[in-house]
Design a protein around this ligand. Sequence first.
Ligand code: ADP
Length: 217
Amino acid sequence: MCGLEGVPSKVVRVIMLAPPGAGKGTHGQWLTQETGAIHISSGDLLREEVASGSHLGRQLAEYTARGDLVPDDLIFSILMPTVIAAARENGGYVLDGFPRTMPQALRAAALGAELGLTSDAVIYLTAPEEELVARVLERAQREGRDDDTLDVIRHRLAVYTQETAPLVDYYRGRGILLELSTNRPEAEVRADLRDWFEARDLMRPVAEQAQPSQQTG
Ligand code: ADP
């Protein structure tokens, strides 16, 4: 890619794969600052639609409030325009919260191949279950999300194990998975991420990087 200001020297397309509370938002945002890619959070897009009070938003809330996954077709119609626009504008993306089921992963891979937007890396973050629950409950106090109650968190973790965990082996098989524990200081996780991306020449030169902002969980 060219060296224009704000344009990454190399396009990076990343998927963040992690159970609730493992830090995909936090580390996904940091990666976007470091690589110049665009951060796309499926959860944030869904919450915006719910907050708009639209008919679609009311439909979505029925799933998200219970901690169930939104049906794949709805996810695709909401997410794809944003992903394609981001890729056109910038070429790079950090997908935070998508794909989350095998059908989503397979459909995204087919679409990515068709559009020349195949992912380069899948960052798989892990932490012990009790740590995940504790972090989400702590976030509940800060952000007041209606799906951050104890019962709903337990359900989201079960849904993760059933629907999303199988993606780990799928991406490992494609040779693009980096597994990292987040049960340690954030700086250590970042250092591992930086090493891995730099080894693949996917980080922007330091002078182009944005200043770090407040972590959001
Ligand atoms: P977390 O990882 O903490 O559960 P997210 O903000 O990523 O939170 O997602 C919140 C909710 O939005 C999920 O519990 C689910 O209901 C819905 N959701 C987000 N992404 C997807 C997706 N790719 N497919 C289906 N549902 C999704």
